[in-house]
Design a protein around this ligand. Structure first.
Ligand code: ZN
Length: 286
């Protein structure tokens, strides 16, 4: 007998582990064309953006969704342009709102794994959403620390558009990392007005374009949004922000998180944040 998901807690460290045996059965690569292209298994009709329940969910209870950014198979986030990125942001916001409205959803995580190097099984531009029935540990710790953007990133600043800043974090555990956030506090995607969504679309297409030009090839990355929990609490300190990390320390060269780091939870980063920011600033925005 197998449960779809078995949530266990490490008895010593308290780490939550979802044991999800069913995900071993998911295909690495579909055998009949791209399922996300129009006419494919998950997208029967033409579309601009689209969402659907994940066929191989990591958690039971309709908590895992897939978001398609465009019907263009070879697009990148940057190539969506501001109007295309805006459609993705609007869909992120509407799915966050719909999932967050459920009484059994306390936290909605919008994220993207891009590239086979970080486990994306399908190349077609897409992201995912997980709706948790609790507030996971890391977002909770960020809230409890009253996370807010660095008011003066100085030589770690990468780009600015309107109210939004992109900078390299002071002390990232990954060799390549970016933080994207509004200067003035906004709790979540739903609170962004039209102008703010366009500014977010502008800074996302700008910096993701720079990241793909940094090594003259598509950068593998993980991207996620931190936003206000949907558990009914006030969370007045919640400050919407986007984190992006890549395992590459140079073109095509991954930096593995290795034994000493896994063992001790302390990290060794070979990339100097100020140097990375300088490289990204030097790349044009288009
Ligand atoms: Zn496709």
């Amino acid at each position: 007998m197998t449960e779809p998901s078995d949530l266990r807690i490490d008895p010593h460290l308290g780490t939550l582990v979802h044991v999800v045996g069913t995900r071993q059965a998911r295909p690495n690569l579909p055998d009949t064309g791209c399922p996300f292209c129009p006419g494919g298994r998950e997208a029967p009709e033409p579309y601009d953006v689209r969402w659907f329940p994940n066929r191989w969910p990591a958690m039971p209870g309709e908590r895992c969704e897939v978001v398609l950014y465009t019907q263009q198979h070879d697009a990148t986030f940057a190539s969506l342009g501001v109007a295309g990125a805006r459609r993705v942001i609007d869909l992120w916001a509407s799915r966050t709102e719909a999932l967050g409205a459920r009484s059994d959803v306390d936290s909605v995580l919008v994220f993207e794994n891009r590239g086979p190097e970080v486990g994306a099984t399908i190349a077609h531009p897409h992201g995912q959403i997980y709706a948790y029935d609790h507030i996971p540990d890391r977002p909770r710790r960020l809230l409890e620390a009253h996370w807010s953007p660095d008011p003066d990133p100085a030589d770690r600043l990468v780009a600015e558009h309107g109210n939004w800043l992109a900078s390299v974090p002071y002390a990232s555990t990954f060799p390549l990392a970016l933080s994207i956030a509004p200067r003035r506090q906004v709790p979540d995607l739903m609170a962004l007005d039209d102008g703010a969504r366009d500014e977010l679309a502008t800074i996302l297409t700008d910096v993701l374009g720079r990241l793909d030009r940094l090594y003259d090839r598509p950068l593998p990355y993980m991207l996620w949004l931190n936003q206000r929990p949907t558990d009914g609490g006030d969370w007045p300190q919640s400050w919407l922000n986007i984190e992006l990390v890549s395992p590459w320390r140079s073109a095509g060269v991954p930096r593995y998180i290795a034994a000493a780091e896994v063992a001790c939870g302390e990290y060794f980063n070979p990339v100097i944040p100020e140097v990375l920011a300088e490289q990204l600033r030097a790349l044009s925005s288009h």
